[in-house]
Design a protein around this ligand. Structure first.
Ligand SMILES: [Zn+2]
Length: 307
């Protein structure tokens, strides 16, 4: 799949999230006995798929055992009016979860992305991210009492006496930057990250810290990791990255100079590439970043821009 042809992977899901309906517990409960409702089963962050590696979908009314075996059932949204739920079977042994779901295999959504439409991958990733959040929020961080899901699984509330703390799914934003050199010829900065395979070059990225704007994070990450100062930047797009809770925010930035000084910690090398050099790498069969990532999209857009 070329994500620049089919949209960014994990974005543009087909569900209406129906946020105004999920807060009505009676409505949510009724959907679980509705003939039209659909269940998407998961096991320990993995999608449960058929022998053809298609994610399993089960009619809720025909899968009562599946619901009974679930640690958590969350309302994802409406698909043409039909309620869609994610069901977490993580508490079962894998063979039992597969049998209950009528699945052949449990696989990571990132391993499926080449065979799924971007929007279908988005729904699977959304479900995986939300179920992962539930498993890590069983107890209150303030008083230590158990928490319980509510709002169709989009909130948890503390059950401790006198506490009542509400927990919401957290997103962890990260910035990812395609940095251009000043002047001609057009060149962009790519880096080799510690632990990456030899010859693997990618754009720079980092998590946004508390008290930072996205732009602050771009400037800090580039200065810290590559010794690069930028004169300006422009937002390019974002990508849901619920592995487990990321949001990738893409920028294109222009460097003040071509001087580069890698930190030796996160980055082991960084250098400037012309479009011709990147095209030559593609011609050799090398991928520009992972095909399901915004890194690939940023590089593809830069290559297509001119030259
Ligand atoms: Zn509490």
């Amino acid at each position: 799949m070329r994500t620049d042809e089919r949209g960014l992977a994990y974005s543009g899901g087909w569900l209406d999230r129906a946020g105004g309906l999920r807060t009505d517990p009676g409505w949510v409960a009724a959907r679980l006995t509705d003939r039209e409702s659909v269940l998407l089963p998961f096991w320990q962050d993995r999608c449960l798929v058929s022998a053809e590696r298609v994610p399993v979908r089960r009619a809720a009314v025909e899968a009562r055992a599946l619901l009974a075996g679930a640690d958590e059932t969350v309302f994802l949204g409406l698909d043409a009016g039909r309620a869609v739920f994610a069901v977490d079977l993580s508490g079962l042994a894998q063979p039992e979860a597969l049998a209950l779901a009528g699945a052949a295999e449990a696989v990571d959504v990132r391993g499926l992305v080449g065979g799924l439409a971007a929007a279908d991958a988005a729904v699977q990733a959304y479900a995986k991210g939300l179920l992962h959040w539930h498993r890590g929020q069983r107890y209150c961080g303030s008083c230590g009492a158990a928490t319980a899901a509510r709002d169709g699984g989009h909130t948890r509330s503390c059950t401790g006496p006198g506490c009542g703390r509400l927990l919401f799914p957290r997103i962890e934003p990260a910035v990812i930057m395609l940095v251009e050199a000043p002047g001609e010829p057009g060149r962009c900065l790519l880096a080799r990250h510690r632990g990456a395979p030899e010859g693997s070059w990618s754009t720079l990225a980092g998590f946004v810290e508390v008290g930072e704007s996205l732009e602050d994070a771009v400037r800090r990450e580039l200065a810290e990791e590559a010794g690069v100062t930028v004169s300006g930047m422009a937002y390019q797009g974002s990508q849901a990255w619920p592995f487990p809770a990321g949001l990738m925010v893409g920028f294109r930035a222009t460097a003040v100079s071509t001087e580069v000084r890698v930190d030796g910690e996160e980055l082991v090398d960084a250098r400037w590439f012309t479009r011709a050099e990147l095209r030559a790498r593609v011609a050799e069969g090398r991928s520009l970043g992972r095909i399901d990532s915004i890194d690939h999209h940023l590089l593809g857009s830069w290559l297509d821009a001119r030259g």
